[in-house]
Ligand binder design. Structure first.
Ligand SMILES: [Zn+2]
Ligand SMILES: [Zn+2]
Ligand SMILES: [Zn+2]
Length: 427
C-alpha cells in the first residue's frame, strides 16, 4: 500500500497485531474481525513484515488499483464470483488469490528479463488476466538466428557505393537489390512496396551508406511496443500491439534456431503438436534449412496463426546472401490499431494442428510427417496454400514420403479435403 505510512499511522488498534505480549510464534494471519455489515481487508504493509499485517475496513484503503485487481480475481476465482461471507473468504478463494499473486510476480520477473534481453527498441509487456499460466518453461529469448550444427553462414562480400540509396535504387544495377537484379523494397517511409514473394535485399555492413539509409529496415529490429497476452479462448499466448501500425510496416522478424531440414524432420516427430508448429521451413529457393523457434525465439514465438492474418512473411537478405538462408520478416498487411492481436498464416510443417482462429471455417489442418500407414486423420479442409494439384493417391499412406516431398518442394503445407485423406487424396 504505497500511499500509506505504515500500520501505526491510522490502523485500528483493536484490530492490529498483538504487541503487548510478543510470543515466539506470532500468528501470521490475524483472525478475520467480527463484524456485522462491513468488509475488512487484510493489509500487508510495504516495508513491514507479515507479522505487522492488519485488518482494515474498506474506507481506510486508498489503493484503488489493488482493490480492483483483487475483486477482478475474486470474480474469476474457481466456483464463480466469490463474495466474502461473515467469516471471510472461503479457503479455495484465498488459495486462488495467493496463486494469482505469485503468478503476477513471476510474469513481472519474466517481463523484466525479456526487456533486459531484447536488443530492439520496442518494449515487451506481459499480461495474463485469464488463467494461472506463468512464464513458459524452456523458452530462451534471442534477438537473431541461432545457428545450429551443420549450418554455416557466409558473410556478404560486397556492398553498394550509393550516395543516396533510395535515389539510386532505380538506376540499372543500382544499390544492393540491383546487384542481384531485384527491386528496391521500400519507400521513403520504410514501408515495403514490393509484393510478397519477392525478396528484400537490404544494405549491409559493406555498404557506404549509414544507419539512416532507407534500405535498412528489418535490421533495425522491432520498433513497436508489443504485449504478450494470454488469450481467453484457448489459443494459449498471443501478441498484440500497444501502438498503431501503418500498413506495410515492418513489425518483427521470425527468429529461432536454424537447423537442417533433416534435423527438422527428426524434431517434428519428437515434438508434440504445439512444438511442431514452431518449425518454419526456409523454402524460398530450396528446402534445406528450417527455423525452429520452439525453444529459442523472439516475440514472434507467441504470435498466433490466422487464416486472415494482419502480418505477411517476406524473405530478407542482409549480411548473408545465401538464398537458402533468408531471414523471415513480418510486415503489416493493413493498418493495425493499438490493442489488436497480431497474426500470421503459419506455413509450417508439423504433425497435426487444430486451427482455432476465428477467421476461417477450417477445423483441422495437418501435414503428414509422421505418416504411419493407415493413420486416420480427421476433419480436414481445403488447403489454403495449395495452388497446384497433387495427384490423388488411392494408396496414400504408403505414398506419403514421395507426395509429401513434392508438396513440400512447392512450399506448401498440404492436407486432405475430406474426412480421411488416406482414402481420398487431396486436391
Ligand atoms: Zn545503396
Ligand atoms: Zn547497400
Ligand atoms: Zn544503403
Amino acid at each position: 500500500v504505497p500511499t500509506l505510512g505504515g500500520p501505526h499511522t491510522w490502523g485500528s488498534p483493536h484490530l492490529g497485531v498483538p504487541t503487548a505480549h510478543p510470543s515466539p510464534k506470532p500468528p501470521l494471519t490475524p483472525r478475520y474481525p467480527p463484524t456485522q455489515d462491513e468488509e475488512f481487508y487484510l493489509v500487508k504493509w510495504r516495508g513491514y513484515p507479515s507479522s505487522a499485517n492488519t485488518w482494515e475496513p474498506r474506507r481506510n484503503l486508498r489503493c484503488r488499483g489493488l482493490l480492483q485487481q483483487l475483486h477482478a480475481d475474486l470474480a474469476r476465482a474457481p466456483g464463480g464470483p466469490v463474495r466474502p461471507g461473515p467469516r471471510g473468504l472461503p479457503a479455495r478463494a484465498v488459495s486462488y488469490l495467493a496463486q494469482k499473486a505469485e503468478q503476477r510476480r513471476a510474469l513481472r520477473r519474466w517481463e523484466r528479463h525479456l526487456n533486459r534481453t531484447r536488443s530492439h527498441r520496442g518494449r515487451i509487456a506481459v499480461e495474463n488476466e485469464v488463467d494461472l499460466h506463468g512464464p513458459p518453461r524452456d523458452f530462451v529469448y534471442v534477438n537473431e538466428y541461432k545457428v545450429g550444427a551443420g549450418v554455416a553462414l557466409t558473410p556478404v562480400a560486397a556492398g553498394c557505393e550509393c550516395r543516396d540509396c533510395l535515389a539510386e535504387a532505380t538506376l540499372a544495377g543500382g544499390c544492393c537489390p540491383g546487384a542481384s537484379r531485384n527491386r528496391f523494397a521500400y519507400n521513403e517511409a520504410g514501408q515495403v512496396r514490393i509484393r510478397a514473394g519477392l525478396p528484400i535485399y537490404e544494405c549491409n555492413s559493406r555498404c557506404r551508406c549509414g544507419a539512416e539509409c532507407p534500405n535498412r529496415v528489418v535490421q533495425r529490429g522491432i520498433r513497436y511496443d508489443l504485449c504478450i497476452f494470454r488469450t481467453g479462448d484457448g489459443r494459449g499466448w498471443g501478441v498484440r500491439t500497444l501502438q498503431r501500425i501503418r500498413k506495410n510496416s515492418f513489425v518483427m522478424e521470425y527468429v529461432g534456431e536454424i537447423i537442417t531440414s533433416e534435423e527438422a524432420e527428426r524434431r517434428g516427430q519428437v515434438y508434440d503438436r504445439q512444438g511442431a508448429t514452431y518449425l518454419f521451413d526456409l523454402d524460398y529457393v530450396e528446402d534445406v534449412y528450417t527455423v525452429d523457434a520452439a525453444h529459442y525465439g523472439n516475440i514472434s514465438h507467441f504470435v498466433n496463426h490466422s487464416c486472415d492474418p494482419n502480418l505477411q512473411v517476406y524473405n530478407v537478405f542482409i549480411e548473408n546472401l545465401d538464398q537458402r538462408l533468408p531471414r523471415i520478416a513480418l510486415f503489416a498487411t493493413r493498418p493495425i490499431r493499438a490493442g489488436e492481436e497480431l497474426t500470421f498464416d503459419y506455413n509450417m510443417h508439423g504433425t497435426c494442428h487444430t486451427c482455432t482462429c476465428h477467421t476461417c471455417t477450417c477445423h483441422t489442418w495437418h501435414t503428414p510427417v509422421p505418416a504411419t500407414p493407415g493413420t486416420h486423420l480427421s476433419l480436414a479442409h481445403t488447403c489454403p496454400y495449395l495452388s497446384h494439384t497433387c495427384p490423388a493417391q488411392s494408396s496414400l499412406p504408403s505414398a506419403h514420403p514421395a507426395l509429401w516431398g513434392r508438396c513440400r518442394a512447392q512450399g506448401h503445407t498440404w492436407m486432405g479435403p475430406d474426412h480421411t485423406w488416406g482414402s481420398q487424396g487431396h486436391t
